[in-house]
Design a protein around this ligand. Structure first.
Ligand code: GLU
Length: 318
């Protein structure tokens, strides 16, 4: 939890103008069960639950276990326990529903919605198989002095008509250019759709990818307000284009909130072993203290006062 890290003094705008937040919107808290929740997730939770409470909205809890190699059931159990201990109750599904078994809010339980989306892209003629490995991208970057950017892939696979076999990735040709959106904190924002080539929708290991699952789920779960950290800002133009390709006519609103950073400017991560919420609770911290610490670290409050999970809306109202 690192309360010793100095409070960042330049975070930009931290609170949205609530008149611009769609009233009664559905947002989501969508952790990947690849490690334990840390302070960065709590910041995201404070924004998601707080803005939902302040605007009469709902919070969908989604388990993003699309990466079958990195996701673990024990991490999901821990994250559900952490949410219960923190008093952060999703509108749907309940943590009990998720514990009870298969759920449409757990990506690994049913591939059908993602595979239907892949079929839609195939029928539209924008899907192609690709045999470029990470090494192929690295070799291209080595030879050209810059990473591959823009539509396509280094191997020109869009023109090779490779068979759609299980060991090959599937990419979608979304075109180039930019997509613009009006971020609720950052204001008018635009970015390239194909910053790292045409995106994969299924990888070589058979995983339905993050971008595909998020776009499919936000649509089928009725999510019309995406609240997430600024580390995912670059994903938004691509996801807007992909959502449109899959038939979404009204895109969700977006809010990309500040991140908790280490003193060296890097972001917290499960992989780097940043302190887990559960471990801090085990050590005797009270849930409200952790929520207060998260809110303080991104400038939502001027002191790390304890915060009641049912009163997070007050951080954003008025
Ligand atoms: N599953 C992602 C994460 O844990 C969040 C995805 C998103 O908000 O789009 O960082």
């Amino acid at each position: 939890m690192s309360p010793d890290i100095p409070h960042p003094d330049s975070l930009g705008r931290t609170r949205p103008d609530l008149t611009r937040v769609p009233p009664g919107a559905t947002t989501r808290f969508a952790p990947a069960p690849t490690g334990r929740l840390h302070l960065g997730h709590l910041v995201n939770a404070v924004y998601a639950w707080g803005i939902a409470q302040a605007t009469g909205g709902s919070v969908v809890l989604r388990i993003e276990d699309h990466d079958r190699q990195r996701s673990r059931p024990e991490h999901e159990r821990d994250l559900l326990d952490d949410l219960d201990r923190l008093g952060l109750r999703p509108t749907r599904p309940s943590t009990a529903d998720l514990r009870a078994g298969s759920s449409p809010y757990r990506q690994g339980d049913d591939h059908a919605p993602y595979d239907a989306a892949i079929e839609t892209l195939r029928s539209a003629g924008v899907l192609y198989a690709c045999d470029c490995s990470r090494g192929a991208f690295a070799a291209w970057a080595e030879g050209h002095g810059r990473a591959w950017a823009g539509p396509g892939c280094p191997g020109g696979c869009a023109d090779r008509d490779l068979a759609h076999e299980p060991h090959r990735g599937l990419r979608v040709a979304l075109g180039g250019g930019t997509e613009a959106f009006d971020d609720l904190l950052l204001g008018p924002t635009a970015g390239p759709v194909a910053a790292a080539g045409d995106p994969l929708v299924r990888d070589r290991l058979g995983n339905r990818t993050y971008h595909l699952c998020v776009v499919v789920d936000d649509a089928r779960h009725g999510v019309d307000l995406v609240i997430r950290g600024r580390d995912l800002l670059d994903a938004t133009p691509l996801q807007l284009r992909l959502a449109a390709a899959l038939g979404r006519t009204t895109p969700p609103a977006h809010l990309h909130h500040p991140l908790v950073l280490r003193p060296d400017g890097t972001k917290l991560s499960k992989a780097a072993g940043d302190t887990a919420v559960g471990a801090v609770l085990d050590a005797g911290a009270r849930p409200g203290e952790l929520l207060g610490l998260a809110a303080w670290r991104v400038g939502l409050v001027d002191r790390p006062w304890p915060l009641d999970p049912d009163q997070l809306g007050e951080l954003f109202a008025g």
